[in-house]
Design a protein around this ligand. Structure first.
Ligand code: MF3
Ligand code: CO
Length: 256
């Protein structure tokens, strides 16, 4: 069921979204060659604590995975697409790309956003992947107008990504968000124009293109969580939580 948010609910979602954005800014400032990924997670926890916010992802369960997600953030490096687990032994290296995904809950409402960062100087190929994926998010957001559909969003993203010679992760989607981290509707990064749910003011959902430089095949690692590309090509991930307004998308997670 799609829930339409009232003004007081939107206020809470903005508070959660602001904390998510603040955490992403802190991550951006910390990311450099030599830092371990658990230190990033520790800082995220520190900010959540300070803001008296909860971690949306910690304890999250998905069907078919034995363990719940252990951390407040996902840290996914290079060929890791999403859901990488912070690790004291995992050190960022010059030239890596690292996707950070953050969720926060405030007064019962969630915020959720992701961004992929360069670690030091990166290759032209990796820089291009980041810009194609970032643009994919914004091309999707441009479709967020009352009267357009979920299929319009997916179609625009798919055309852009494939047109640039990249691949899309199709197993995971954007999603409605609110009292639950994942609500209806699903927001796939592919689709047909004028298909699916029609957008209306008061809807809140995340758009989150996950894009790879190679074949469209992914698998999970032994830990059950980390999703990687099968051909080890690089992947990037950008996400915003959005509110549908009368005239377009309002960003609830202002990390840019
Ligand atoms: N942004 C991701 C999503 O919306 C984060 C989920 S991570 C998990 O699916 F740990 F909560 F699964
Ligand atoms: Co999400």
């Amino acid at each position: 069921m799609i829930t339409f948010k009232k003004p007081d609910e939107i206020d809470r979602m903005k508070r959660a979204g602001k904390i998510v954005a603040d955490i992403l800014s802190a991550m951006k400032a910390m990311i450099r060659p030599g830092i371990d990924t658990m230190s990033l997670s520790d800082e995220a926890d520190r900010i959540l604590d300070k803001e008296s916010a909860g971690a949306s992802f910690r304890g999250y369960r998905v069907y078919g995975v034995r363990t719940s997600f252990p951390s407040a953030i996902c840290v996914s490096i290079n060929e890791e697409v999403v859901h990488g687990i912070p690790d004291r032994e995992r050190i960022l290296e010059e030239g890596d790309i690292v996707s950070i995904d953050v969720g926060a809950i405030v007064n019962g409402y969630h915020g959720d956003a992701a961004c992929t960062y360069a670690v030091g100087e990166i290759s032209e190929e990796r820089a291009r992947l980041l810009s194609v994926t970032y643009r994919a998010l914004h091309i999707g957001m441009e479709q967020v107008i009352p009267g357009r559909t979920i299929g319009d969003i997916g179609h625009a993203i798919e055309e852009w990504v494939l047109g640039n010679g990249c691949g899309l992760v199709r197993e995971y989607s954007g999603h409605g968000i609110g009292k639950k981290l994942h609500e209806a509707p699903q927001v796939p990064n592919y689709g047909s124009p004028r298909s699916g749910v029609t957008l209306k003011p008061g809807m809140t959902f995340c758009i989150e293109p996950m894009v790879m430089n190679g074949r469209e095949r992914v698998k999970s690692l032994e830990n059950g969580w980390t999703i990687v590309t099968c051909d080890k090509s690089d992947a990037a991930h950008f996400e915003h939580a959005l509110l549908v307004n009368e005239d377009g998308a309002e960003i609830l997670t202002p990390w840019e």
